[in-house]
Design a protein around this ligand. Structure first.
Ligand SMILES: [Zn+2]
Length: 93
């Protein structure tokens, strides 16, 4: 998720870990992860909607991967920096 923090006299947006609620920082970098449904082979649904989660690399990310696998899904993930680049490109069209 995206949170807003007031610091040094201004409001600044930050990514926050959807698993533990902590801020994503350079010292504690993050990923975006999501469950991929292997049975979702119906190509007639090109605009399928799914949920992506922001998580710290390491324990929080692994926790989501275990959760996705326990639900029968394959974990997908991307570096948070790559995910934000895709968001910028996709929101400008
Ligand atoms: Zn976390």
């Amino acid at each position: 998720m995206i949170g807003i923090r007031f610091e040094e006299g201004e409001y600044r947006p930050y990514f926050m870990c959807d698993k533990c609620g902590g801020y994503i920082t350079k010292q504690e970098p993050g990923v975006m992860c999501w469950p991929m449904d292997l049975d979702d082979t119906d190509k007639s649904k090109p605009n399928a909607v799914g949920m992506g989660y922001v998580a710290h690399k390491g324990e929080c990310h692994r926790s989501y991967e275990l959760e996705f696998r326990s639900e029968g899904d394959v974990p997908g993930w991307s570096e948070l920096s790559e995910a934000t680049e895709h968001l910028k490109l996709n929101s400008s069209s």
